[in-house]
Design a binder for this molecule. Structure first.
Ligand code: HEC
Length: 186
């Protein structure tokens, strides 16, 4: 009886150590797992500026995850027409003119102009509740940030992503404020 109990306990311990390893999704560290999740969730598509190559636009690895560059112009279009027709236009997927106004992909690097001063809880709130800067009173994040899908990530996945973002090269870049729809100004 007693030995059975001990055996069970051992099994549990073994089970636990296996699940601890898989806490990192099979990766050697939380940061590596986070990097993998950022890659497959396509965060770079919108949060990394592009550079032109022979094969078309590609991620500018020197500016990885630093968001819409502050000096970069937004697409020059008739916003009234875009809004009335419900169209969306973008340049390199970092600024977006649409019926919601203009949104700019955030700087997600470890710099203070990115998520350098964020707590893990801010990051989780931003992804789960779509709150700007992860603040309780923050405005709702604008399209096309797909937080309504990312909110289904597990807390462990979000924490791994945050750990990776905190480990990124800091890039100083103050992303412009989002703008409301042009038509609402009339
Ligand atoms: C389709 C484009 C797109 C994709 C893909 C995307 N984002 Fe975003 N993201 C944006 C835009 C645009 C904003 C700015 C929204 C706003 O200002 O309301 C944003 C904002 C954010 C914010 C809020 C920043 C702040 O200052 O409040 C966080 C955090 C964030 N994204 C993280 C991520 C992560 C992590 C991923 C990948 C798992 C990701 N995003 C993928 C477009 C995208």
């Amino acid at each position: 009886m007693f030995s059975q109990c001990t055996q069970k306990h051992d099994e549990n311990q073994t089970g636990q150590s296996i699940s601890q390893k898989s806490d990192f999704g099979g990766y050697e560290s939380q940061v590596k797992w986070g990097e993998h999740l950022v890659t497959i969730a396509g965060c770079n598509d919108c949060h990394t500026p592009k550079k032109m190559t022979a094969h078309g636009p590609d991620l500018d690895s020197a500016l990885l995850l630093s968001g819409h560059q502050s000096q970069m112009p937004v697409p020059d279009v008739s916003r009234e027409e875009m809004e009335s027709k419900g169209l969306v236009v973008t340049n390199d997927l970092t600024s977006w003119v649409g019926p919601w106004g203009i949104s700019f992909s955030a700087n997600l690097t470890s710099d203070p102009t990115g998520i350098g001063n964020w707590e893990e809880s801010n990051f989780i709130r931003a992804l789960k509740e779509g709150k700007y800067k992860g603040q309780e009173t923050g405005r709702t994040l604008l399209p096309p940030m797909p937080w309504t899908m990312y909110k289904y990530m597990s807390d462990d996945e979000m924490k791994a992503i945050f750990a990776y973002l905190k480990s990124t090269k800091p890039i100083s870049n103050v992303v412009p404020q989002a703008e409301p729809p042009a038509v609402a100004h009339n």
